[in-house]
Design a protein around this ligand. Structure first.
Ligand code: G3P
Length: 219
């Protein structure tokens, strides 16, 4: 399973990359704004900076919502760097644009997906990735993980190559459950990824090993 980090924070992207487990980065307009990245030139420069850190795909989201504008904006984003994936919202013009990008060999990430029907449409349009938002479904008392299961079943039934990119991941159990179901990718905050490291028996076991070693060495 691929691990993407869901942030526009360069320090966190570097930290995840240096851990050696990072396969890519996802951003969205809210995450860019959170880092104070505003204005066309700054946004473009920031995407390029992210692409210089990671070896994997970097999702850059279009702001446009009409077909012609999505195509223009998406093609410009795709030209920035070979690692750029054009992130397109699950709206009618977005589906049309994904089909267009797919026919031109431009990678896409269909975002804001909350139902199996939306995921089916994204796959039929040829999206490289589909992003179901599991945390936001959980927030409204709907089982986000059930959606990942449903999409996995549908894609496997027909051999769709669109990769399931479980997004809006909030905690380590989301990652583990996605891995059990067979999500191709998860994207979440660095905290959810590093939380996978933690176990109290690891900490107490290591403390004991080091204490025994020190005792045997006569310290
Ligand atoms: O990639 C989509 C993701 O950023 C949404 O996450 O935590 O804002 O629901 P969240």
């Amino acid at each position: 399973m691929k691990f993407f980090i869901d942030t526009a924070n360069l320090a966190q992207i570097k930290e995840a990359h240096e851990l050696g487990v990072l396969d890519g980065v996802t951003t969205n307009p809210s995450l860019m704004a959170k880092e104070g990245i505003t204005g066309h030139d700054n946004i473009i420069a920031h995407y390029k900076a992210i692409c210089e850190i990671t070896d994997g795909d970097v999702s850059a989201e279009v702001i446009a919502t009409t077909f012609d504008e999505i195509v223009t904006e998406g093609e410009a984003l795709a030209k920035l760097h070979p690692r750029i994936v054009v992130k397109v919202p699950m709206i009618k013009d977005g589906v049309r644009a994904i089909k267009h990008f797919s026919s031109k060999g431009i990678k896409t990430n269909c975002t804001l997906v909350f139902s199996a029907g939306q995921a089916l449409l994204a796959a039929k349009a040829g999206a490289t990735y589909v992003s179901p938002f599991i945390g936001r479904l959980d927030d409204v008392s709907t089982d986000g993980m059930q959606l990942i299961e449903d999409i996995r079943l549908i894609y496997d039934n027909y051999g769709y190559e669109t990769q399931i990119l479980a997004a809006s991941v909030r905690h380590p159990m989301h990652i583990i459950q996605c891995a059990k179901i067979g999500s191709d990718v998860i994207t979440g905050p660095l905290s959810a990824i590093t939380a996978l490291l933690k176990h109290p028996l690891t900490d107490s076991g290591l403390a004991q090993f080091l204490a025994d070693h020190a005792k045997a060495a006569g310290k």
